[in-house]
Design a protein around this ligand. Structure first.
Ligand code: MN
Ligand code: MN
Length: 473
Protein backbone atom coordinates (compact mmCIF):
# COMPACT_ATOMS: atom_id res chain seq x y z
CA UNK A 1 0.00 0.00 0.00
CA UNK A 2 1.30 3.46 -0.94
CA UNK A 3 2.32 5.61 1.96
CA UNK A 4 -0.17 8.40 2.53
CA UNK A 5 1.13 11.88 1.77
CA UNK A 6 1.51 14.31 4.64
CA UNK A 7 -0.46 17.55 4.58
CA UNK A 8 2.72 19.47 3.88
CA UNK A 9 3.64 17.20 1.01
CA UNK A 10 0.22 17.63 -0.53
CA UNK A 11 0.49 21.38 -0.23
CA UNK A 12 3.97 21.32 -1.70
CA UNK A 13 2.72 19.30 -4.67
CA UNK A 14 0.03 21.90 -5.20
CA UNK A 15 2.09 25.06 -4.75
CA UNK A 16 5.63 24.38 -5.91
CA UNK A 17 6.64 24.48 -9.59
CA UNK A 18 8.59 21.30 -9.99
CA UNK A 19 9.87 20.00 -13.28
CA UNK A 20 10.55 16.40 -14.00
CA UNK A 21 13.24 15.20 -16.33
CA UNK A 22 11.33 14.59 -19.57
CA UNK A 23 13.04 11.23 -20.10
CA UNK A 24 11.57 9.96 -16.83
CA UNK A 25 8.24 8.70 -18.00
CA UNK A 26 8.01 8.47 -21.75
CA UNK A 27 6.68 5.39 -23.43
CA UNK A 28 8.52 3.30 -26.00
CA UNK A 29 6.56 4.74 -28.91
CA UNK A 30 7.46 8.33 -28.03
CA UNK A 31 11.07 7.32 -27.45
CA UNK A 32 11.15 5.95 -30.98
CA UNK A 33 9.63 9.17 -32.37
CA UNK A 34 12.25 11.19 -30.50
CA UNK A 35 15.04 9.15 -32.07
CA UNK A 36 13.57 9.39 -35.55
CA UNK A 37 13.11 13.12 -35.21
CA UNK A 38 16.71 13.49 -34.02
CA UNK A 39 17.88 11.41 -36.96
CA UNK A 40 16.15 13.63 -39.53
CA UNK A 41 17.41 16.71 -37.70
CA UNK A 42 21.01 15.50 -37.93
CA UNK A 43 20.56 15.02 -41.67
CA UNK A 44 19.20 18.56 -41.94
CA UNK A 45 22.23 19.88 -40.03
CA UNK A 46 24.67 18.07 -42.30
CA UNK A 47 22.87 19.38 -45.38
CA UNK A 48 22.52 22.94 -44.15
CA UNK A 49 25.65 24.44 -42.65
CA UNK A 50 25.03 27.90 -44.07
CA UNK A 51 21.89 30.01 -44.39
CA UNK A 52 21.85 29.40 -48.15
CA UNK A 53 22.07 25.64 -47.73
CA UNK A 54 19.36 25.74 -45.06
CA UNK A 55 17.07 27.61 -47.47
CA UNK A 56 17.73 24.97 -50.11
CA UNK A 57 16.95 22.17 -47.66
CA UNK A 58 13.86 23.99 -46.37
CA UNK A 59 12.53 24.70 -49.87
CA UNK A 60 12.98 21.06 -50.80
CA UNK A 61 11.03 19.98 -47.71
CA UNK A 62 8.29 22.55 -48.38
CA UNK A 63 7.89 21.62 -52.03
CA UNK A 64 7.80 17.92 -51.22
CA UNK A 65 4.89 18.71 -48.94
CA UNK A 66 2.79 20.71 -51.35
CA UNK A 67 3.98 24.28 -50.70
CA UNK A 68 4.14 26.48 -53.81
CA UNK A 69 6.69 29.18 -54.51
CA UNK A 70 4.78 32.47 -54.36
CA UNK A 71 6.66 33.78 -57.39
CA UNK A 72 5.05 31.11 -59.55
CA UNK A 73 1.46 32.03 -58.61
CA UNK A 74 -0.42 33.82 -61.41
CA UNK A 75 -2.47 36.00 -59.09
CA UNK A 76 -2.14 36.61 -55.40
CA UNK A 77 -5.70 35.67 -54.52
CA UNK A 78 -5.54 33.42 -51.52
CA UNK A 79 -8.15 30.89 -50.50
CA UNK A 80 -8.15 29.13 -47.16
CA UNK A 81 -5.83 26.16 -47.00
CA UNK A 82 -3.26 27.33 -49.55
CA UNK A 83 0.33 26.38 -48.88
CA UNK A 84 2.87 28.84 -50.15
CA UNK A 85 6.42 29.94 -49.52
CA UNK A 86 8.71 32.78 -50.48
CA UNK A 87 12.44 32.45 -50.95
CA UNK A 88 14.14 35.71 -49.95
CA UNK A 89 17.36 35.98 -51.97
CA UNK A 90 18.22 32.37 -51.23
CA UNK A 91 19.11 33.26 -47.63
CA UNK A 92 15.84 33.40 -45.79
CA UNK A 93 12.45 31.78 -46.32
CA UNK A 94 8.85 32.40 -45.30
CA UNK A 95 6.16 29.74 -45.49
CA UNK A 96 2.44 29.96 -44.78
CA UNK A 97 -0.79 28.00 -44.73
CA UNK A 98 -3.65 30.40 -45.26
CA UNK A 99 -6.44 30.26 -42.72
CA UNK A 100 -10.21 30.41 -42.92
CA UNK A 101 -10.30 33.70 -41.05
CA UNK A 102 -9.38 37.00 -42.63
CA UNK A 103 -5.71 37.76 -42.00
CA UNK A 104 -6.75 40.99 -40.29
CA UNK A 105 -7.66 38.66 -37.40
CA UNK A 106 -3.94 37.96 -36.97
CA UNK A 107 -1.63 35.06 -37.81
CA UNK A 108 0.12 32.43 -35.71
CA UNK A 109 3.82 32.69 -36.42
CA UNK A 110 6.99 30.77 -35.67
CA UNK A 111 10.11 32.87 -36.32
CA UNK A 112 13.56 31.29 -36.18
CA UNK A 113 16.93 32.00 -37.77
CA UNK A 114 19.14 29.88 -39.99
CA UNK A 115 22.44 31.78 -39.84
CA UNK A 116 25.08 30.64 -37.35
CA UNK A 117 28.40 32.05 -36.13
CA UNK A 118 31.24 31.26 -38.55
CA UNK A 119 34.23 32.67 -40.40
CA UNK A 120 33.58 34.64 -43.60
CA UNK A 121 36.26 35.30 -46.18
CA UNK A 122 37.21 38.93 -46.68
CA UNK A 123 36.73 40.52 -50.09
CA UNK A 124 40.41 40.09 -50.94
CA UNK A 125 41.30 37.12 -48.76
CA UNK A 126 44.10 35.16 -50.43
CA UNK A 127 47.71 35.97 -49.61
CA UNK A 128 51.06 34.26 -49.40
CA UNK A 129 53.44 34.30 -46.47
CA UNK A 130 56.46 32.08 -45.74
CA UNK A 131 55.50 29.78 -48.63
CA UNK A 132 51.99 29.27 -47.32
CA UNK A 133 48.81 30.41 -49.02
CA UNK A 134 46.34 31.72 -46.45
CA UNK A 135 42.76 32.98 -46.44
CA UNK A 136 42.05 36.11 -44.43
CA UNK A 137 38.68 36.04 -42.64
CA UNK A 138 36.26 38.29 -40.81
CA UNK A 139 34.34 36.36 -38.21
CA UNK A 140 30.54 36.45 -38.24
CA UNK A 141 28.53 36.60 -35.02
CA UNK A 142 29.64 36.32 -31.41
CA UNK A 143 32.43 33.77 -31.11
CA UNK A 144 35.18 32.91 -28.66
CA UNK A 145 37.92 33.24 -31.24
CA UNK A 146 40.30 30.79 -29.59
CA UNK A 147 37.75 27.99 -30.10
CA UNK A 148 38.10 28.17 -33.88
CA UNK A 149 41.77 27.24 -34.16
CA UNK A 150 42.88 23.63 -34.77
CA UNK A 151 39.36 22.65 -35.82
CA UNK A 152 38.89 21.06 -39.28
CA UNK A 153 37.00 23.57 -41.41
CA UNK A 154 35.02 23.26 -44.61
CA UNK A 155 34.58 25.90 -47.31
CA UNK A 156 30.98 26.69 -48.29
CA UNK A 157 29.44 29.43 -50.35
CA UNK A 158 28.94 31.07 -53.69
CA UNK A 159 30.90 33.06 -56.24
CA UNK A 160 28.89 35.29 -58.56
CA UNK A 161 30.68 36.57 -61.64
CA UNK A 162 29.92 39.78 -63.47
CA UNK A 163 27.63 37.96 -65.92
CA UNK A 164 25.52 36.91 -62.97
CA UNK A 165 26.63 33.30 -63.11
CA UNK A 166 26.54 31.73 -59.66
CA UNK A 167 28.99 29.00 -58.70
CA UNK A 168 28.39 27.01 -55.56
CA UNK A 169 31.36 25.84 -53.52
CA UNK A 170 31.46 23.09 -50.93
CA UNK A 171 34.82 21.59 -50.01
CA UNK A 172 35.56 19.52 -46.95
CA UNK A 173 32.30 17.66 -46.48
CA UNK A 174 32.70 14.62 -48.71
CA UNK A 175 34.81 11.61 -47.81
CA UNK A 176 38.30 12.25 -49.22
CA UNK A 177 37.86 16.03 -49.48
CA UNK A 178 40.66 18.22 -48.14
CA UNK A 179 39.76 20.35 -45.11
CA UNK A 180 41.15 23.63 -43.81
CA UNK A 181 42.48 24.78 -40.47
CA UNK A 182 43.59 27.79 -38.46
CA UNK A 183 46.85 27.06 -36.66
CA UNK A 184 47.57 27.73 -33.00
CA UNK A 185 50.83 28.20 -31.13
CA UNK A 186 52.51 25.21 -29.54
CA UNK A 187 52.49 25.32 -25.70
CA UNK A 188 56.28 25.34 -25.67
CA UNK A 189 56.29 28.82 -27.19
CA UNK A 190 52.99 30.06 -25.81
CA UNK A 191 54.26 31.49 -22.52
CA UNK A 192 53.36 35.02 -23.51
CA UNK A 193 50.14 34.02 -25.26
CA UNK A 194 48.91 32.09 -22.22
CA UNK A 195 49.24 35.21 -20.07
CA UNK A 196 46.79 37.10 -22.30
CA UNK A 197 43.10 37.60 -21.71
CA UNK A 198 40.97 34.98 -23.46
CA UNK A 199 39.55 37.65 -25.78
CA UNK A 200 43.07 38.42 -26.97
CA UNK A 201 44.64 34.95 -27.01
CA UNK A 202 43.64 34.66 -30.65
CA UNK A 203 42.96 38.00 -32.30
CA UNK A 204 40.29 38.43 -34.96
CA UNK A 205 42.82 39.51 -37.54
CA UNK A 206 44.76 36.32 -36.94
CA UNK A 207 41.92 33.96 -37.81
CA UNK A 208 43.67 33.09 -41.06
CA UNK A 209 43.05 29.78 -42.71
CA UNK A 210 45.70 27.51 -44.23
CA UNK A 211 44.86 27.15 -47.90
CA UNK A 212 47.96 25.50 -49.36
CA UNK A 213 51.74 25.22 -49.56
CA UNK A 214 52.60 23.72 -52.98
CA UNK A 215 54.31 26.28 -55.22
CA UNK A 216 53.41 26.72 -58.88
CA UNK A 217 56.34 25.37 -60.90
CA UNK A 218 57.79 28.44 -62.60
CA UNK A 219 60.87 30.14 -61.27
CA UNK A 220 59.99 33.43 -62.90
CA UNK A 221 56.73 34.17 -61.04
CA UNK A 222 56.32 35.61 -57.57
CA UNK A 223 53.83 34.27 -54.97
CA UNK A 224 54.01 30.79 -56.43
CA UNK A 225 51.91 29.12 -53.72
CA UNK A 226 49.15 31.69 -54.04
CA UNK A 227 49.24 31.27 -57.81
CA UNK A 228 48.95 27.52 -57.38
CA UNK A 229 45.79 27.95 -55.29
CA UNK A 230 44.27 30.41 -57.74
CA UNK A 231 45.03 27.99 -60.56
CA UNK A 232 43.09 25.24 -58.75
CA UNK A 233 40.16 27.57 -58.06
CA UNK A 234 40.20 28.78 -61.64
CA UNK A 235 40.20 25.26 -63.05
CA UNK A 236 37.48 24.10 -60.70
CA UNK A 237 35.21 27.15 -60.57
CA UNK A 238 36.42 29.48 -63.32
CA UNK A 239 37.16 32.28 -60.86
CA UNK A 240 39.99 34.77 -60.55
CA UNK A 241 41.22 36.73 -57.54
CA UNK A 242 38.82 39.61 -58.23
CA UNK A 243 35.80 37.29 -57.94
CA UNK A 244 36.24 36.98 -54.16
CA UNK A 245 34.85 40.53 -54.01
CA UNK A 246 31.48 39.24 -55.27
CA UNK A 247 31.42 36.03 -53.26
CA UNK A 248 30.04 34.82 -49.96
CA UNK A 249 32.42 32.14 -48.74
CA UNK A 250 31.89 30.83 -45.23
CA UNK A 251 34.16 28.50 -43.29
CA UNK A 252 32.34 26.20 -40.91
CA UNK A 253 33.36 23.09 -38.95
CA UNK A 254 33.92 20.18 -41.34
CA UNK A 255 32.52 17.41 -39.15
CA UNK A 256 29.01 15.99 -39.14
CA UNK A 257 26.41 16.00 -36.37
CA UNK A 258 26.83 13.09 -33.93
CA UNK A 259 25.07 11.54 -31.01
CA UNK A 260 26.65 12.43 -27.70
CA UNK A 261 26.98 10.13 -24.71
CA UNK A 262 26.88 6.37 -24.25
CA UNK A 263 23.10 6.65 -23.99
CA UNK A 264 22.91 8.73 -27.20
CA UNK A 265 20.62 11.18 -25.40
CA UNK A 266 22.23 14.29 -26.90
CA UNK A 267 23.37 15.65 -30.25
CA UNK A 268 26.65 17.45 -30.80
CA UNK A 269 26.93 19.60 -33.92
CA UNK A 270 27.85 22.89 -35.46
CA UNK A 271 24.92 25.30 -35.83
CA UNK A 272 22.30 24.13 -33.30
CA UNK A 273 21.72 27.85 -32.73
CA UNK A 274 19.29 28.22 -34.33
CA UNK A 275 18.71 25.20 -36.53
CA UNK A 276 17.45 23.22 -33.54
CA UNK A 277 14.50 25.64 -33.56
CA UNK A 278 14.34 26.27 -37.32
CA UNK A 279 14.00 22.58 -38.08
CA UNK A 280 11.18 21.88 -35.58
CA UNK A 281 9.42 25.09 -36.72
CA UNK A 282 9.58 23.96 -40.33
CA UNK A 283 8.51 20.43 -39.44
CA UNK A 284 5.61 21.86 -37.42
CA UNK A 285 4.13 23.86 -40.29
CA UNK A 286 4.69 20.90 -42.61
CA UNK A 287 2.88 18.61 -40.16
CA UNK A 288 -0.08 20.98 -40.13
CA UNK A 289 -0.05 21.22 -43.92
CA UNK A 290 -1.02 17.55 -43.94
CA UNK A 291 -4.30 18.19 -42.10
CA UNK A 292 -7.46 17.84 -44.16
CA UNK A 293 -9.10 21.14 -43.24
CA UNK A 294 -7.59 24.61 -43.46
CA UNK A 295 -6.45 26.17 -40.16
CA UNK A 296 -8.59 28.89 -38.58
CA UNK A 297 -5.84 31.51 -38.67
CA UNK A 298 -3.08 31.84 -41.22
CA UNK A 299 0.02 29.98 -40.02
CA UNK A 300 3.48 31.29 -40.78
CA UNK A 301 7.00 29.92 -40.41
CA UNK A 302 9.78 32.46 -40.85
CA UNK A 303 13.39 31.31 -41.16
CA UNK A 304 15.40 34.50 -41.07
CA UNK A 305 19.03 35.36 -41.77
CA UNK A 306 21.49 37.73 -40.06
CA UNK A 307 20.21 37.20 -36.51
CA UNK A 308 23.73 36.59 -35.27
CA UNK A 309 24.81 40.05 -36.46
CA UNK A 310 21.74 41.93 -35.25
CA UNK A 311 19.14 41.06 -37.94
CA UNK A 312 20.10 44.02 -40.15
CA UNK A 313 20.32 43.63 -43.93
CA UNK A 314 17.80 42.72 -46.60
CA UNK A 315 17.55 39.09 -45.50
CA UNK A 316 17.37 39.86 -41.78
CA UNK A 317 14.31 40.08 -39.54
CA UNK A 318 14.53 43.87 -39.39
CA UNK A 319 13.95 44.15 -43.13
CA UNK A 320 10.44 44.71 -44.48
CA UNK A 321 10.43 41.23 -46.05
CA UNK A 322 8.50 39.91 -43.08
CA UNK A 323 5.89 42.67 -43.36
CA UNK A 324 5.70 42.34 -47.14
CA UNK A 325 4.99 38.65 -46.84
CA UNK A 326 2.13 39.17 -44.41
CA UNK A 327 0.82 42.03 -46.58
CA UNK A 328 0.11 39.55 -49.36
CA UNK A 329 -2.62 37.97 -47.23
CA UNK A 330 -4.22 41.27 -46.27
CA UNK A 331 -6.69 43.21 -48.40
CA UNK A 332 -5.38 46.65 -47.56
CA UNK A 333 -2.97 48.60 -45.42
CA UNK A 334 -5.27 48.93 -42.42
CA UNK A 335 -5.92 45.16 -42.47
CA UNK A 336 -2.17 44.64 -42.48
CA UNK A 337 -1.74 46.87 -39.43
CA UNK A 338 -4.51 44.94 -37.69
CA UNK A 339 -2.83 41.70 -38.70
CA UNK A 340 0.41 42.82 -37.02
CA UNK A 341 -1.23 43.87 -33.79
CA UNK A 342 -3.35 40.72 -33.56
CA UNK A 343 -0.68 38.20 -34.51
CA UNK A 344 0.92 35.85 -32.03
CA UNK A 345 4.50 34.74 -32.52
CA UNK A 346 6.98 32.45 -30.90
CA UNK A 347 10.48 33.73 -31.48
CA UNK A 348 11.88 30.26 -31.99
CA UNK A 349 15.38 30.58 -30.62
CA UNK A 350 17.69 28.83 -28.21
CA UNK A 351 18.62 29.61 -24.63
CA UNK A 352 21.70 28.69 -22.59
CA UNK A 353 21.31 25.37 -20.81
CA UNK A 354 22.55 25.19 -17.23
CA UNK A 355 26.10 23.84 -17.28
CA UNK A 356 27.32 22.37 -13.96
CA UNK A 357 30.91 23.12 -14.96
CA UNK A 358 30.09 26.82 -15.15
CA UNK A 359 27.37 26.97 -12.51
CA UNK A 360 28.56 30.39 -11.29
CA UNK A 361 27.13 32.38 -14.20
CA UNK A 362 23.63 30.95 -13.88
CA UNK A 363 20.81 31.79 -11.51
CA UNK A 364 19.86 28.17 -10.96
CA UNK A 365 16.23 28.88 -10.19
CA UNK A 366 15.80 30.83 -13.43
CA UNK A 367 18.07 28.83 -15.71
CA UNK A 368 16.90 26.35 -18.30
CA UNK A 369 17.99 22.73 -18.00
CA UNK A 370 18.71 20.17 -20.65
CA UNK A 371 16.18 17.37 -20.67
CA UNK A 372 13.49 19.48 -19.05
CA UNK A 373 11.61 20.60 -22.12
CA UNK A 374 11.24 23.74 -24.19
CA UNK A 375 12.30 27.06 -22.70
CA UNK A 376 10.03 30.08 -22.50
CA UNK A 377 12.12 33.23 -22.21
CA UNK A 378 10.05 36.24 -21.21
CA UNK A 379 12.87 38.68 -21.83
CA UNK A 380 16.40 38.70 -23.18
CA UNK A 381 18.52 41.85 -23.41
CA UNK A 382 21.28 42.78 -21.02
CA UNK A 383 22.05 45.11 -18.10
CA UNK A 384 18.54 45.95 -16.85
CA UNK A 385 16.64 44.21 -19.67
CA UNK A 386 18.09 46.73 -22.10
CA UNK A 387 16.85 46.04 -25.64
CA UNK A 388 14.44 43.30 -24.55
CA UNK A 389 10.90 43.01 -25.87
CA UNK A 390 9.77 41.54 -22.51
CA UNK A 391 6.59 39.65 -23.33
CA UNK A 392 3.33 40.64 -21.60
CA UNK A 393 2.21 38.51 -18.67
CA UNK A 394 -1.04 37.90 -20.57
CA UNK A 395 0.74 36.40 -23.54
CA UNK A 396 3.10 34.35 -21.34
CA UNK A 397 0.02 32.91 -19.63
CA UNK A 398 -1.57 32.11 -22.96
CA UNK A 399 1.50 30.26 -24.24
CA UNK A 400 2.00 28.44 -20.92
CA UNK A 401 -1.62 27.34 -21.04
CA UNK A 402 -1.28 26.04 -24.60
CA UNK A 403 1.79 24.04 -23.60
CA UNK A 404 0.24 22.68 -20.43
CA UNK A 405 -3.04 21.71 -22.10
CA UNK A 406 -1.12 19.84 -24.79
CA UNK A 407 1.15 18.12 -22.26
CA UNK A 408 4.26 19.87 -23.56
CA UNK A 409 6.68 20.41 -20.70
CA UNK A 410 7.98 23.96 -20.56
CA UNK A 411 10.51 25.62 -18.30
CA UNK A 412 11.67 29.18 -17.55
CA UNK A 413 14.92 30.43 -18.91
CA UNK A 414 16.73 33.64 -18.17
CA UNK A 415 20.05 33.97 -19.93
CA UNK A 416 22.46 33.85 -16.97
CA UNK A 417 22.69 35.89 -13.80
CA UNK A 418 21.80 39.58 -13.83
CA UNK A 419 24.64 41.64 -15.32
CA UNK A 420 26.64 38.56 -16.33
CA UNK A 421 26.06 39.27 -19.99
CA UNK A 422 23.05 38.93 -22.23
CA UNK A 423 21.84 38.58 -25.75
CA UNK A 424 18.94 39.11 -28.09
CA UNK A 425 16.77 37.34 -30.62
CA UNK A 426 14.38 38.48 -33.36
CA UNK A 427 11.59 38.85 -30.77
CA UNK A 428 11.88 42.61 -30.47
CA UNK A 429 11.48 43.21 -34.21
CA UNK A 430 8.19 41.34 -34.19
CA UNK A 431 7.20 43.14 -31.00
CA UNK A 432 7.95 46.46 -32.72
CA UNK A 433 5.26 45.59 -35.27
CA UNK A 434 2.83 45.29 -32.40
CA UNK A 435 2.70 41.50 -32.22
CA UNK A 436 2.58 39.40 -29.12
CA UNK A 437 5.85 37.52 -29.07
CA UNK A 438 7.66 35.23 -26.67
CA UNK A 439 11.02 33.50 -27.06
CA UNK A 440 10.63 29.76 -27.07
CA UNK A 441 13.18 27.11 -27.96
CA UNK A 442 15.75 24.51 -27.05
CA UNK A 443 18.37 24.83 -24.27
CA UNK A 444 21.92 24.56 -25.67
CA UNK A 445 25.33 23.80 -24.13
CA UNK A 446 28.49 25.48 -25.49
CA UNK A 447 26.38 27.90 -27.54
CA UNK A 448 28.19 29.63 -30.44
CA UNK A 449 31.09 27.18 -30.23
CA UNK A 450 32.11 24.99 -33.18
CA UNK A 451 30.41 22.02 -31.48
CA UNK A 452 27.22 22.81 -29.59
CA UNK A 453 25.18 20.27 -27.63
CA UNK A 454 21.43 19.79 -27.22
CA UNK A 455 19.19 17.08 -25.80
CA UNK A 456 17.14 14.97 -28.19
CA UNK A 457 14.14 15.15 -25.92
CA UNK A 458 14.18 18.94 -25.79
CA UNK A 459 14.31 19.04 -29.57
CA UNK A 460 11.25 16.81 -29.78
CA UNK A 461 9.41 18.64 -27.00
CA UNK A 462 10.02 21.90 -28.85
CA UNK A 463 8.59 20.42 -32.03
CA UNK A 464 5.47 19.31 -30.14
CA UNK A 465 5.21 22.75 -28.55
CA UNK A 466 5.45 24.53 -31.89
CA UNK A 467 2.64 22.41 -33.31
CA UNK A 468 0.50 23.14 -30.25
CA UNK A 469 1.17 26.86 -30.62
CA UNK A 470 0.36 27.03 -34.32
CA UNK A 471 -2.88 25.16 -33.71
CA UNK A 472 -4.05 26.98 -30.62
CA UNK A 473 -2.65 30.52 -30.36
MN1 MN B 1 19.87 32.26 -31.83
MN1 MN C 1 23.10 32.99 -31.38
Amino acid sequence: MAKEKSKGQELADKLFFNLKNCWDDIDEKTEKEIDEFAQSYKQFLDKGKTERECVEAAVEMLENNGFTNIDTLKDKKFKAGMKIYQNIRGKSVLAAITGKKNSAEGCNILGAHIDSPRLDLKQNPLYEDADFALFDTHYYGGIKKYQWTTVPLAMHGVFVNEDGKKTTVKIGEEQGDPVFVITDLLPHLAKEQMEKKASEVVEGENLDILAGSRPYKDKDVKEKVKLGILEILHEKYGITEKDFASAEIEFVPAYKASDIGLDRSMIGAYGHDDRCCSFPALKAIIALAKEKTAPEKTLVCYLSDKEETGSAGNTGARSTNFENFLAMFCDNESDLRLCFSRSAMLSADVNAAFDPTYAGVFDKKNASFMGKGLVLTKYTGSGGKYGASDANAEFCAKVQAIMSRNKVQWQFGELGKVDKGGGGTIALYAANLGMDVLDCGVPVLSMHSPFEVISKIDLYTTYSGYIAFLKNA
